[in-house]
Design a protein around this ligand. Structure first.
Ligand SMILES: *Cc1c(COP(=O)(O)O)cnc(C)c1O
Length: 363
């Protein structure tokens, strides 16, 4: 177990502010939304608080029914979990064994290699390719991912939009890929950022899944829906047997009563969520433009973060930003992921970036 890499969460802004002696640090590291929980969510949590001496509904029946109605699927096609990361782990437990493999693009969500390792399966990592000619490696190579699948491959993850590059694969190429993947390999479309997609050519995985029994979609309440602190995600599979396999590895009661109530209230407030998402995507456009104006080759992001492909400067840049009270997420040797914050937060980030650039060119 000591060989396992440790998952690194974003730094706590209060700790950083204290350490460097400033009133407040800005955290743009974990792709949360900056808005406080919706009023209906806060009410639902308060209303439920008085019942928390009891165990939650292990099957999350009310939430599952609400999800089934919202996405027009049968409740038997759904598994809920303590965050989508727990569902990823359950998928690995249900499908991967020593001698099998899990395939995914790299760089992508940092949980995927960990999952394979914990399951004792081989992680097959297929490099991203440049999204634009001569540009950084920032998008899926579905042809190479398909070629990497063999008869040991139990699960393929396609993170769409991809974390941390923000790029998304479009309908035609994804359909071609799904049509070609062998029926014995489960394709998991990780759509943690689906709600932020504005490109009409980027397909909704739940629609693509229909009629394809080896496809499942992962979604979460942590990002657009604003419930990162409550831990609730879900899987929707075309084949109920996939959802059942995932449910069988569920740690009992791991989706808390408060999380279930909050998620149901959030779903019922979808109009407000959509309005907030529109603010985030408008700010994403502004932030991307500001970064491009500064000479950064920022790809069109379909998520609530942008990717600075700064290569070898990634760790140094993130450390220099942190010294100026801005927490971002570096991937050493590759780039820095920056969550789209409020316009005010993003201006603090841009000013810090300008200061770092000025200090670097003066040195
Ligand atoms: C954030 C994220 C998740 C899931 O997050 P949870 O908080 O565990 O629901 C899943 N996949 C990707 C790619 C993510 O970025």
């Amino acid at each position: 177990m000591s060989a396992l890499p440790v998952y690194k969460p974003g730094r706590n802004p209060a700790d950083l502010a204290r350490e460097i002696g400033v009133p407040r640090a800005v955290k743009l590291a974990s792709n949360e939304v900056a808005f406080p929980p919706l009023p209906a969510v806060v009410r639902a949590i308060a209303d439920t608080a008085g019942e928390t001496n009891r165990y939650p509904d292990n099957g999350a029946g009310v939430l599952t029914a609400a999800l089934a109605a919202r996405y027009d699927v049968d409740p038997a096609q759904i598994a809920t979990g303590c965050g989508a990361v727990m569902l990823c782990q359950q998928l690995a437990q249900a499908y991967a064994d020593p001698g099998t493999s899990m395939a995914f693009a790299w760089r992508s969500f940092e949980m995927y290699p960990l999952l394979a390792q914990v399951a004792g399966a081989r992680a097959v990592q297929v490099p991203l390719v440049p999204g634009v000619q001569g540009g950084p490696a920032d998008t899926h190579d579905l042809g190479a991912l398909l070629a990497a699948i063999d008869d040991t491959t139990r699960v393929v993850f396609v993170c769409n939009p991809n974390n941390p590059t923000g790029t998304a694969v479009r309908r035609a190429e994804l359909e071609r890929f799904l049509d070609a993947v062998p029926a014995s390999t489960l394709v998991v479309l990780d759509e943690a950022y689906r709600e932020f997609v504005t490109d009409p050519e980027v397909p909704d995985g739940i629609e693509l899944m229909r009629g394809r029994p080896n496809v499942a979609v992962l979604r979460t309440f942590s990002k657009a829906w604003g419930l990162a602190g409550l831990r609730v995600g879900y899987l929707i599979a075309e084949d109920p047997a996939v959802a059942e396999a995932v449910r069988k590895t569920h740690v009992p009661f791991s989706v808390s009563m408060l999380a279930q109530a909050a998620a149901v209230a959030a779903l019922a407030s979808e109009d407000e969520v959509v309005a907030r998402v529109a603010e985030v995507t408008a700010e994403r456009t502004r932030l991307s433009g500001e970064l491009r104006r500064r000479g950064h080759a920022v790809a069109d992001s379909q998520a609530n973060f942008v990717w600075l492909p700064v290569g070898e400067q990634a760790a140094g840049l993130a450390a220099a930003l942190e010294a100026r009270a801005v927490i971002t997420r570096p991937f050493a040797g590759e780039g820095v992921r920056v969550t789209v914050g409020t316009p005010e937060e993003d201006d603090v980030f841009l000013a810090a970036l300008d200061a770092v650039t000025a200090a670097t060119s003066a040195a």
